[in-house]
Design a protein around this ligand. Structure first.
Ligand SMILES: [Zn+2]
Length: 390
């Protein structure tokens, strides 16, 4: 048997292979039936045998380089089912005056400033659009290329949705207060109290875009026992935007922003308050994972919190432009002690099902907003309606 035939035969034995052959046949039977079956294919590709979905992934790094999306699909392999994919909004400037011939590729490797690089959203959209429908079903692209201190940030998001309808599910990861990063951005410093952020979140809520926000809970090297610097402000922000679906990246932690001894209690205050039912937490980033797997006590404490609120946590890698599969899977593997500490049902929710519920809902809402507000989508739908009624 030729290799190709063998591949074809193998594919034929899978549900997905079977489904795509059915889709091809049903395409002859009319668009409605095909659409129904396309949805069935997407849901078969959900959670089945994957280890995790990834709610936090950067395809590119601080200089907008990274693997192509097909190369990345190979890294996902049979491990990652679906991925919320985005670039990095902040481009590291290569200042010859500061760094000479030493071209910096990471934000900690240069004192030169950042600037907002909106083209990142177009790059992500074009990568996504280069995939087959079945491959696209495994991605939820996010819009990141805006300055959250700018009242026009929401207009950038709207423009991206109009230019690339059918692509995006959310906004983020974007950062307000972030150690080492905020101070490198020229111009007005981002703030949780800035009306520009309110305008952005109002628009996200109106469209149904998932909001993935990075905001440190505290300043680096804070004094133990003091109220975290930004906790009150971020809770006020959450409260002002109860119609938005918000994921608080890293539970507010960072490289040097360690969980204080009251961190779990502070997070639980949010989890148990009905005003914050729209707020979720991701466990992304190896710099955050290090706290939760640092000792058996730390793992037991985060596991107990997750067990009490199993629907509110998402796994994310926060991998940045990984070079190969082992680099991509590192954070998932780092968390093995946590996976071992959760009961099977909770572990499955955090690794797979919470993502599917939250991002499916986001997709549905954004597509429906687009069909009502983006003229290209509206005229396309009208054309398809005409074709199917003929
Ligand atoms: Zn990130």
């Amino acid at each position: 048997m030729e290799d190709n035939e063998f591949d074809e035969e193998m594919r034929g034995t899978t549900m997905k292979g079977f489904a795509s052959r059915c889709v091809k046949r049903l395409l002859l039977a009319g668009p409605i039936a095909a659409l129904f079956l396309f949805n069935a294919v997407s849901s078969w590709s959900q959670s089945s045998n994957y280890e995790f979905n990834d709610s936090h992934f950067h395809l590119t790094n601080n200089i907008q380089e990274g693997p192509g999306i097909r190369e990345f699909l190979n890294m996902m392999g049979d491990k990652a089912g679906r991925v919320a994919v985005f670039g990095v909004p902040l481009q590291q400037e290569w200042s010859y005056r500061v760094d000479g011939d030493r071209a910096p590729s990471y934000y900690l490797h240069s004192d030169a400033p950042f600037y907002y690089y909106s083209f990142t959203d177009a790059m992500i959209a074009m990568e996504y659009k280069s995939l087959t429908k079945e491959q696209q079903a495994r991605f939820d692209p996010m819009i990141t290329g805006f300055n959250p201190a700018d009242m026009y940030a929401a207009d950038h998001v709207r423009r991206v949705l109009e230019t690339f309808p059918g692509v995006f599910t959310g906004i983020g990861e974007f950062a307000i207060h972030k150690e080492f990063v905020s101070a490198k951005i020229p111009g007005e410093v981002a703030s949780l109290q800035n009306p520009a952020l309110d305008r952005l979140l109002d628009f996200a809520a109106q469209v149904g875009l998932i909001v993935l926000i990075h905001n440190d809970i505290d300043v680096p090297f804070a004094k133990e026992g003091a109220e975290p610097a930004y906790l009150g402000e971020i809770k006020a922000l959450f409260k002002r935007h109860r119609n938005a679906t918000i994921i608080w990246a890293h539970m507010g932690l960072g490289r040097t922003v360690r969980p204080g001894k009251n961190h779990a209690t502070q997070i639980e205050e949010i989890l148990k308050n009905p005003n914050f039912e729209h707020v979720y937490f991701d466990l992304a980033w190896d710099e955050v994972g290090k706290y939760f797997v640092g000792s058996p006590e730390a793992t037991a404490s985060i596991a107990a919190l997750i067990q009490r609120y199993p629907d509110r946590f998402l796994f994310g890698t926060d991998a940045v432009a990984p070079a190969d599969q082992s680099k991509y899977l590192a954070v998932f593997n780092q968390y093995q002690p946590l996976w071992n500490s959760l009961d099977a049902k909770t572990s499955r929710k955090v690794r797979l099902e919470n993502y599917e519920r939250i991002f499916d809902e986001g997709r549905r809402k954004v597509r429906s907003w687009e069909s009502a507000h983006v003229s290209a989508v509206k005229s396309n739908m009208a054309r398809e309606a005409r074709i199917s009624s003929n």
